[in-house]
Write a protein that binds this ligand. Structure first.
Ligand SMILES: Cc1cc2nc3c(=O)[nH]c(=O)nc-3n(C[C@H](O)[C@H](O)[C@H](O)COP(=O)(O)OP(=O)(O)OC[C@H]3O[C@@H](n4cnc5c(N)ncnc54)[C@H](O)[C@@H]3O)c2cc1C
Length: 392
């Protein structure tokens, strides 16, 4: 497949590259290049800069703050952000809830929420998973009973990324316990300041606080915060998860991390010689490079040919599975290049020099990369889908 960009696409890539070069704050770029996750303020600052161009939500209609970019331009933009070690637009707002509101939301919901999602005036998190309901999401038990103009929500969510930083959560709740599994579920927008909500931190294996448990005790949610029809929340969830999968190959991220591995291996020495002199290491990097290239081609085929995507439903699973494996392989490679220094863990958000030490973030990143084969649908579940849809 020919992956050459058209003249217009190349022009767009150059425009994005120039913009990112001129506007991305150097301290944010330096932190992310070292392997730290973006701080909330990094994402807010950068997303607002991107939003000036409509590039925070590039696929949305212009009237709601987007730039109406096609698939190819979106991918080019994403690659350039990764290439520059820039934060990505906040995924729950832009990649998940935005598209759901555009398809299922009322006019009032679209007008109220979409501009705020694009500009990160509101930070949303995703309240889907529950204890015992992850891969089998439709078994969820958090309930919402209707009382006049409110739903009363009770139950628990878990693994809620950034709930402690968020203003709102979009949640799947069961509004009809008697209906068949998928049919009794509704999609609600819940203000996290509402009385009855408790957020408890979960520390993950990287020693950081990204995750939370969220408890709901008689939480009153106005009925106008229902998205789509009552009992049809599963349609919203399916649509959202489809959107989540589209960007999940993370080709640009793999390339950026491999580039960093090459840079480090050129700088670090063993017995007076750069690590990069090792033919074994170079061979390993060349293999990873080839795999990234193959994934890139698969990604373009998936995005540009809706026919292929429809005929082969397992395509998205290939991207998720392979993208995850590559991310994990590269995180592991970086960890090995850093050697014992990588075992030093530093808080990414410390007051002093969280960003100054180069090796600490690699260990955190390595540990966190293990989660990539769990969130967004586990690797085992992707393999099940592949077995059914492609192998038959
Ligand atoms: C870092 C991280 C961030 C997350 N962020 C969020 C978030 O923001 N919001 C949110 O709602 N959720 C979030 N999740 C939750 C995530 O979606 C679930 O962890 C995931 O769906 C798996 O569900 P589970 O943890 O309940 O595992 P289970 O579904 O119980 O799976 C346990 C094991 O059984 C395997 N398994 C399950 N079913 C099958 C099957 N049919 N065939 C073969 N094997 C199977 C799985 O692959 C896994 O190995 C996050 C998870 C992680 C790790």
């Amino acid at each position: 497949m020919n992956l050459d960009l058209t003249a217009r696409q190349a022009e767009f890539r150059d425009e994005v590259r120039r913009f990112v070069h001129e506007r991305l704050p150097a301290d944010i770029q330096a932190r992310l290049r070292l392997g730290h996750p973006p701080r909330k303020q990094d994402t807010v600052t950068w997303q607002r800069i991107l939003n000036e161009k409509g590039w925070a939500a590039p696929h949305w209609p212009r009237e709601y703050g987007g730039a109406e970019l096609g698939q190819a331009e979106r991918l080019i933009l994403l690659d350039e952000l990764f290439r520059a070690s820039a934060p990505l637009p906040q995924v729950f707002n832009v990649g998940m809830l935005g598209p759901v509101l555009l398809k299922f939301g009322t006019d009032a919901q679209k007008r109220h929420f979409l501009p705020k999602l694009a500009n990160l005036d509101l930070w949303f998190c995703q309240g889907f998973s529950e204890p015992g309901s992850g891969s089998d999401l439709a078994s969820l038990r958090t309930s919402a009973r209707r009382e006049a103009a409110h739903y009363i929500v009770n139950g628990q969510k878990i693994w809620t990324t950034t709930a402690h930083l968020a203003d709102w959560v979009f949640a799947l709740v069961r509004t009809d316990a008697a209906a068949k599994k998928q049919q009794g579920i509704s999609f609600l927008l819940i203000d996290l300041r509402t009385p009855g909500i408790t957020i408890r931190p979960i520390t993950s294996i990287d020693g950081q606080h990204h995750l939370n448990e969220v408890f709901f005790d008689e939480v009153r949610v106005p009925v106008e915060n229902l998205v789509g029809e009552e009992g049809r929340g599963w349609d919203c969830a399916k649509y959202l998860l489809m959107n989540e999968r589209t960007g999940i190959a993370n080709v640009g991220l793999c390339r950026e991390r491999l580039g960093y591995a090459r840079e480090l291996a050129g700088r670090l020495t063993e017995a007076g010689r750069p690590l990069l002199d090792s033919p074994k290491l170079r061979g390993e990097m060349a293999m990873l490079d080839a795999e990234i290239r193959a994934l890139e081609i698969t990604n373009w085929r998936f995005l540009l040919s809706s026919d292929t995507a429809q005929k082969t439903p397992g395509f998205a699973s290939v991207l998720k599975l392979k993208g995850t494996e590559l991310q994990q392989d590269i995180a592991q490679l970086l960890q090995r290049i850093a050697g014992p220094s990588a075992m030093e863990r530093r808080p990414h958000d410390g007051d002093s020099d969280g960003a100054a030490h180069w090796a600490g973030p690699l260990a955190m990143r390595y540990f966190y990369s293990r989660a990539a084969s769990i969130y967004g649908g586990t690797s085992e579940v992707q393999k099940d889908i592949l077995a059914k849809t492609i192998l038959g």
